[in-house]
Design a binder for this molecule. Sequence first.
Ligand SMILES: [Zn+2]
Length: 223
Amino acid sequence: MIFILAKQDANFIFFKCILFLNYSKRIFYCKIAYRCNNIAIAHQFFKENLIMILKTIFLIYFAFMTSVLAHSSHKKTLKAHEHGVGVLNIAQDGNSIVFEFEIPGNDVVGFEYKAENDDDKAKVQSALETLSEYKNLIKPSGSAGCVKESSTANIIYEGNHSEFISEYRFNCENVSDLKIIFINYFKNLKYSKKLNIKIAGSNKKSAYVIDKSKKILNVKGHF
Ligand SMILES: [Zn+2]
């Protein structure tokens, strides 16, 4: 099942999509924002190209389903995760920086069973919306001119465990000026105690374990 929501706000057009993949027990949530200099032209474009846009969305949907199926057979077992400890991988690809979080369901919503009642389903949905906004977890310092390109958040179930996976991709104008990352993770994930961070920058690779007291991550010299 797939839901797409388009919304206009000033010069921005937002697309929100929620994909329910019942057979693999996955929910995929995405939010894409386009900045349009001329909103009237954008409107005309969407009107004239509606069929093409819908076709593209379905192609992405099927590509995603295929990747989900391919992924599910290779994905490491979630039993390896430790409750209270999240994982953050930061990777550089040229001017792009990608932040990927793997967070035990317990740390996000306080349980890991498949949500059945309305109350639990609402908690999972609300968590996915929180995680789809990068500022709730991290924020690159302004000096590098990093602009968000995409963000995704979804939940994976396996056995008695679940994990939230979210990813934020930025394009940075001055990537070498990225020296500080603000950590908002613990403010929004109250059950979380630690975060295992791995940074793979072009100039330096490193690993850190941080706790609730850490609000700023120094990444000087990595990118
Ligand atoms: Zn678990």
